[in-house]
Write a protein that binds this ligand. Sequence first.
Ligand SMILES: O=C(CO)[C@H](O)[C@H](O)COP(=O)(O)O
Length: 152
Amino acid sequence: MKTISLGTDHAGYQLKELVKSHLEKKGYQIIDFGTSSEEAVDYADFVIPAAEAVAHGEADLGLVFGGSGNGEAIAANKVRGVRCALCWNVQSALLAKEHNNANVIALGGRMVSDAEALAIVDQWLEASFEGGRHLRRIQKVGDYETGRASRR
Ligand SMILES: O=C(CO)[C@H](O)[C@H](O)COP(=O)(O)O
């Protein structure tokens, strides 16, 4: 069974706990990088470690949470090797895997209902990367990230 890393700030804490319980019931291994309460914190301190766990191969996939998910996606995408997609509905989650092969997704706890969030997570986990033209595209992004190809 896959290992999934989790990271959140205070605004995503409740949703992180809900998703954690949902995934544990399904048998996933969880690495929880916190935060562990609704006390205000800075998302970079929790999201970047969760993203690094994916980049370093300690986790297969990662989930990051915040109020909107925007800053969390930005932070996760600073980690080399991470493709983090902000997901706000089931369709965006499906495409995050089928087209982008996102290895991390970001969710906004103030943006989606609990039911929507669980449906998003399940859709992303169940979907498959299509490859083909999408592989070529994510490879170009990866080549830029590793400095092998300038886009100018
Ligand atoms: O979504 C976020 C970043 O994109 C944060 O969760 C949000 O900015 C936290 O806001 P506040 O400190 O007002 O609770």
